[in-house]
Design a protein around this ligand. Structure first.
Ligand code: IDP
Ligand code: MG
Length: 134
């Protein structure tokens, strides 16, 4: 069993897509082990997206990610990190294949609905980041 950290981003909730996105994750056989609604702030986003801090679009990502609550989830299953990223689809919405969440629902690379951890190590760090504080 592997764990990954999924975030349904503010646009997913504003567009009322949470149920459909979660259904895709569950349909593939993954378990939602925990979930919580969070209002993120700039400090936590500076940690979470530190690999993008030098990009010109970084301030826009922060603005987007604090524009409303996110639904953070711990998702479990065999090969959950890679498997959920396949369901999520490519970062650039133009590259996201039909049948993936971003391929079917995203029309922006920034506002691309969902985050999934990119490795088992990142997953554990992100789970600590979003689920440690109660
Ligand atoms: P990922 O979410 O597919 O793992 P990352 O490269 O980790 O992609 O980027 C994190 C988030 O930053 C993306 O999901 C997207 O919201 C935003 N982002 C990434 N690249 C761009 C870009 O070129 N323009 C605008 N936003 C971007
Ligand atoms: Mg990433």
């Amino acid at each position: 069993m592997e764990r990954t950290c999924i975030l349904l981003k503010p646009d997913a909730l504003k567009r009322r897509l949470a149920g459909r996105i979660i259904a895709r994750i569950e349909d593939k056989g993954y378990i939602i082990a925990d979930a919580r609604m969070l209002q993120l702030d700039e400090a936590v986003l500076r940690e979470h997206y530190s690999h993008l801090a030098d990009q010109s679009f970084f301030p826009d990502i922060v603005k987007y990610m604090v524009s409303g609550p996110v639904l953070a989830m711990i998702v479990e299953g065999e090969n959950a990190v890679e498997g959920t990223r396949k369901i999520i689809g490519a970062t650039r919405f133009e590259d996201a294949a039909a049948g993936t969440i971003r391929g079917d629902y995203a029309f922006s690379t920034r506002q691309n609905l969902i985050h999934g951890s990119d490795s088992a190590e990142s997953a554990e760090i992100e789970i600590g980041r979003f689920f440690a504080r109660r």
